[in-house]
Design a protein around this ligand. Structure first.
Ligand code: CAA
Length: 397
């Protein structure tokens, strides 16, 4: 029987994962003060405290490369045959963002690289594709990077739900962190709740519809999971949600509670909120950032134990939903209490609201094809150095 195989089939999942975020952070209390909003609306009404904001020489590529570099320093690159880069905020209509990461990290030429898109669901689509590849060839490993810069118009309702972040995951057989259960619950319904037409830097949103579509996704994907013989909620030590903002996860948990007829309050959603409420929306990465938070912070005071089963809900506007479950492996316990993600969030440089607004405006006014040299701003190890003839040149330190 090959490594990682069992009577249920090949065991496949997330062997290791790492989180990265942007150089800057904006305080939502300061944003509220600037625009005359009661800070409680952001802090309590949305459940958000801060939002990561990219420096001019950062984007989904640089943040994704940062997460992957840290991950690969632990795992090495041996056996990695594929890099899947999931993003809503891709920087080219044709070329996959992962190609720049491939160069920046010096990955082997004998690989395939592709980009995956379906709004915030892209990370899960890439994870599932990666799991399929590994199930077919268990000696191979797949690097999944979910990375996004969530950007809305200044002074729009979405503005306080911006953010930036990436999660890199190594998908393998016999995973040490989370073994995926063989079934998941799926739900797709075409809807105009959030979309970004070609050429637009900012998403168009029907906020109310987006919240309703998300909650429909929670209910329908859970019912699909149940119909496929998935685990009952009683068997889940924690349930995580895609987190455009913290309150949305709470709404998701409430909807699930009403579907299963049981109050699930305290079912381990808070660890994810501790990360996401400071990073803001990271679209494709969001629910996996919450997973990293759960692994690091555990459930309340309790670390996760090997063998605990967890569930997570992935939602991408437009819309695709999936409810996944998996079992926590031995490596999960070693991450508990490391404080690694909090340290990264603490290390961001504070950006005042006038400076944030100026950078936001300048980014919006600079056509993607404008030739430019970008001075170094980020302290990150990868940066966008130049755009010439529409081609982007990144550099690493
Ligand atoms: N103190 C405490 N709470 C307050 C308050 C105050 N002074 N003032 C308002 N609130 C509360 C409101 O009661 C409301 O709470 P409930 O939702 O529990 O009722 C909350 O703050 C939000 O206030 P509003 O209802 O007035 O909503 P808004 O106009 O600020 O917009 C939003 C909220 C629609 C989510 C907006 O932020 C938005 O468009 N965000 C982008 C879209 C989005 O994230 N959608 C989520 C689902 S789609 C998805 O998940 C994909 C994705 O990543 C984009």
């Amino acid at each position: 029987m090959p490594r990682g195989a069992s009577e249920r089939g090949i065991s496949v999942g997330i062997h290791d994962l790492e989180v990265a975020t942007s150089h800057f952070v904006v305080s939502l209390s300061e944003l509220a003060e600037h625009n005359g909003t009661d800070p409680a609306k952001y802090l309590i009404g949305l459940g958000q405290r801060e939002m990561s904001f990219p420096a001019p020489d950062e984007d989904a590529v640089t943040i994704g490369a940062e997460a992957a570099a840290e991950l690969l320093a632990r795992t090495g690159v041996e056996g990695i045959t594929t890099l899947l880069f999931a993003t809503e905020s891709g920087i080219d209509q044709s070329k996959a963002a992962g190609l720049w990461v491939h160069r920046l990290l010096g990955l082997p030429a004998s690989m395939r690289v592709a980009e995956v898109k379906q709004a915030c669901y892209g990370g899960t689509a890439a994870l599932q594709a990666a799991a399929g590849m590994v199930a077919r060839a268990p000696q191979e490993r797949v690097l999944v990077i979910a990375s996004d810069v969530a950007r809305y118009a200044l002074d729009s309702p979405g503005e306080p739900t911006q953010g930036a972040g990436a999660v890199a995951m190594l998908v393998s057989a016999a995973p040490a962190l989370v073994e995926l259960d063989p079934v998941s619950g799926r739900f797709t319904a075409e809807v105009d709740d959030f979309w970004r037409p070609n050429g637009m830097l900012e998403a168009l949103v029907d906020g109310e519809l987006s919240v309703a579509a998300y909650l429909d996704g929670v209910e329908s994907s859970w019912l699909d999971l149940a119909a496929r013989g998935g685990p009952s909620v009683e068997r889940l030590a924690a349930i995580l949600f895609h987190q455009p903002f913290g309150k949305m996860a709470q709404k998701g948990l409430r909807r699930l509670s009403s579907v299963v007829g049981r109050d699930l309050d305290g079912a381990g959603n808070t660890a994810g909120e501790a990360i996401n409420s400071r990073m803001g929306n990271s679209y494709a990465a969001s629910v996996y950032a919450a997973l990293a938070g759960l692994l690091e912070y555990g459930l309340g005071e309790e670390p996760l134990s090997t063998g605990d089963r967890i569930g997570w809900f992935s939602y991408g506007s437009g819309s695709v939903s999936e409810f996944l479950t998996g079992t926590v492996g031995p490596a999960a316990t070693t991450r508990s209490g490391s404080g690694g993600i909090a340290a990264k969030l603490d290390a961001r440089a504070a950006l005042g609201v006038p400076e944030y607004r100026a950078l936001h405006t300048a980014r919006g006014e600079t056509p993607e094809v404008t030739d430019r040299l970008l001075p170094r701003t980020t302290r990150g190890r990868f940066r966008l150095a130049e755009v010439r003839g529409g081609a982007r040149r990144y550099e690493g330190v």
